[in-house]
Write a protein that binds this ligand. Sequence first.
Ligand SMILES: *[C@@H]1O[C@H](CO)[C@@H](O)[C@H](O)[C@H]1NC(C)=O
Length: 515
Amino acid sequence: MENSQAALLMLAFLLFLKGSSTLVVKPVTDPVIGEVGDTVTLEIKPPGALAAISWVSPTSITVVSLTGSTPVIGPGYENRVTLDTSTGSVELRSVNRKDAGVYVFDGITIVSGIRESFKGNITLNVSALVLKPVTDPVISKDGDNVTLEIRPPGALTAMTWTFSPTGITVVSWSRSAPVIGTGYVNRVTLNTTTGSLGLSSVNGSDSGVYLFRGKTAVSGNPEDIDGNVTLEVYEPITNVKVEPNPAQPIANQTLKLACLVLGSQIVSSRLWLKDGQPLDSSDRITVSVNSSVVSFNKVLQSDNGDYQCKANGPVNEVTSAVYRLEVNYGPEQASLTGPDKAALNSSVTFTCSAQSVPACIYIWYVNGIQTAQGSQYQIDAVSNVDTGSYMCMAWNSVTRRTSIAEKKLVLFSVTGKEGPILSAGEITGVVIGTLAGVTGIALGVYFSVKLCRKNPDDPKLGPAERSLDAVTWPNASETYENIATDQTASKAKKQDHAYTDLQSPDQSTYSTLNE
Ligand SMILES: *[C@@H]1O[C@H](CO)[C@@H](O)[C@H](O)[C@H]1NC(C)=O
């Protein structure tokens, strides 16, 4: 009974085989497109397990066949064909234009233990070679040695490079020694294996498009190659500088820091650093769109620190030297220390101090008469003429501000009675003298201002004159300050002018300011 069942099944199978046609397998991709030199795969996925296959080329050559366990590679395909023995797909390397056409395959697969034959075809298109350079564009800086590198497939037999802006043939080679073009002797090399062009000591005039054209043999088949490479030669950034305006920044006034880039025509970006960290901008500290200028509105002592500008060009990056910002301010809160009373013939020292950058100058007035300069005022042996008003004026030559402190000195009487030994009439005299002293101080200040002023052509009287009007004069030990608004404004205007001048002399090197 079992035997008859088996016989029936066999019969049914034979009938099935007789009636079934060969399976047509569709390729995974059709057509397959490659460029000269490419590796392509003619991919199929027949059902079941592959038992046998054979591929026939467009020129009716058997590319590869498999009947046993080892594939047999056909003539002309040695070393460039691999058969995938599980699917029957074929990898074809270094294709050339003669490889193009219809490839026919047929084989046997085993589905559920049953052998089935299959067949199909696949078209290979091979497009002409457009060779891409290894790097394009090639970016370099003045004086560099550069290589315009290409990697054509196959064995190179000829190569010519032409500089398109001038049409000059840089180098031409065809089996014999390369011929170097006019103007390129001693600075050109041709790698005859790859066809790459070497140029030494390039400069701006070497910038442009280089065309190449050559011959190679891919899988024994001659192929033309051509393409182009762009060379860009840039001047490097040689120096970066931070330029303050005004040169001497003053607290609560505007300050601009400019980033000057020298050398390169092109600045891709700038970065401001304070104490080595990227500068934080705010409502008060603003950075221009291209970062060439930082504006402080207004500058404060808290802005003190080391400022740098880092500039990036196409070929290099340079960080400026440190600009150390120290905001000038003061004098603030002048104070006068010393005794209120002194014994006859004793020695007395008054000291004046005020907060100020730069250090201020101290001018002493005794009873309204300018007497000395320096932070200390000393009397070796006090006498009656030394009594009265002592005033020190602190003067900052950069901020053009002053601060005043005053106190009175009286004598101890021998009998122990204190106070100035003055009659009512004498007191009136002192008051008059003091008032006269006001004029004296004004004149004194005027001369001091002239001595300290950096622009002696400035005809304006120093601010001290105005401030003295406001002084409530007889109150001793009070501090008076004033702000030299007009003078600093005129000074700033002058420096603005100088700053503008700075931009014009060489637009190419100071390119940053023009943006
Ligand atoms: C040509 O280029 C190849 C690949 O970069 C390199 O290995 C070879 O040394 C070069 N030949 C010469 C003569 O420079």
